[in-house]
Write a protein that binds this ligand. Structure first.
Ligand code: SPD
Length: 279
């Protein structure tokens, strides 16, 4: 008999993926973690019953979270990642040779250790000497850290439920901005505009209170239901459509999704999204 794992959204939508077996399950003080093996997507990470990433589709998410910011920021040396426990984001960042240092602040060591063990095909850059991995509270870090500011801040968090809610707070966004150099760019995952419409819209509005330019961008992520996923780009000085063509050309041959055309297309806004944001 086929066995499906269902992500249930507000008791109105069920999205199911056929599972071969559970490889590992456990619980930290923050969340419940499962590593599943599926027919279609290979190994998958599930946190608190929500699909996070998978071996076969992770590039849709990680390339699009990282590359638009890194291919537009004028100077690219220091990058901060909040969250990102599976390692896909730091892998994408460390593809750029100009990056000198990546500070990754992940609250849950159990997620990183489990992903290192069971999803090594996603986090392939854990041993890169440019990575400074810290197990700490990202909210406190951006509020209090005395570290040198960054060229790019990436927020690779979970959905806005339980502990993930604070990653969508204005105060957190102010902290992220505090950690950015004046020419810096913030890029974050900003949820499904269909299922998390309120979070998506409020995120645009909150960021617009503190950044000159705020632009959502879109793409598919097959294991996230709703058809399209959103990320958001925010900066005081950088236009998201002014690409650093040399960086784009350098990473395009080894990217599965990202190239200059995909970048530009991702920033196109359907009319219903424009209306949502305009209120
Ligand atoms: N619906 C899931 C949204 C989770 C976004 N973050 C995933 C983490 C992958 N690094």
């Amino acid at each position: 008999m086929a066995l499906y794992y269902h992500e249930v959204f507000e008791q109105s939508v069920r999205f199911g993926i056929k599972i071969r077996k559970t490889i590992f399950e456990g619980e930290s003080e923050y969340q419940r973690l499962e590593i599943l093996d599926s027919d279609r997507f290979g190994r998958m990470l599930v946190l608190d019953g929500l699909f996070m990433t998978s071996e076969k589709d992770e590039f849709f998410y990680h390339e699009m979270l990282i590359q638009p910011a890194l291919c537009t920021v004028p100077k690219l040396e220091r990058v901060l990642v909040i969250g990102g426990g599976d390692g896909g984001s730091v892998r994408e960042i460390l593809r750029h040779p100009s990056v000198e240092k990546v500070v990754m602040v992940e609250i849950d060591e159990f997620v990183v250790n489990s992903c290192k063990k069971y999803l090594p095909m996603i986090g392939t850059a854990w041993d890169d000497p440019r990575l400074d991995l810290r197990f700490d509270d990202g909210i406190a870090y951006v509020k209090e850290s005395e570290d040198e500011p960054f060229d790019v801040v990436i927020v690779d968090g979970t959905d806005p439920v339980g502990p993930g809610v604070v990653l969508f707070d204005l105060e957190f966004f102010r902290g992220c901005k505090r950690m950015l150099r004046p020419h810096g760019v913030l890029a974050m995952q900003s949820e499904s505009p269909i299922y998390f419409e309120k979070t998506f819209v409020e995120t645009q509005h909150k960021l617009a209170e503190i950044f000159e330019t705020v632009r959502p961008y879109f793409g598919p992520v097959p294991i996230y239901s709703g058809g399209i996923w959103s990320w958001t780009f925010a900066s005081d000085q950088v236009d998201p459509l002014e690409l650093n063509e040399a960086r784009v050309a350098a990473i395009t041959p080894d990217s599965k999704v990202y190239n200059g055309e995909v970048h530009r297309a991702a920033f196109a806004q359907p009319n219903y999204i424009r209306k949502l944001i305009a209120g």
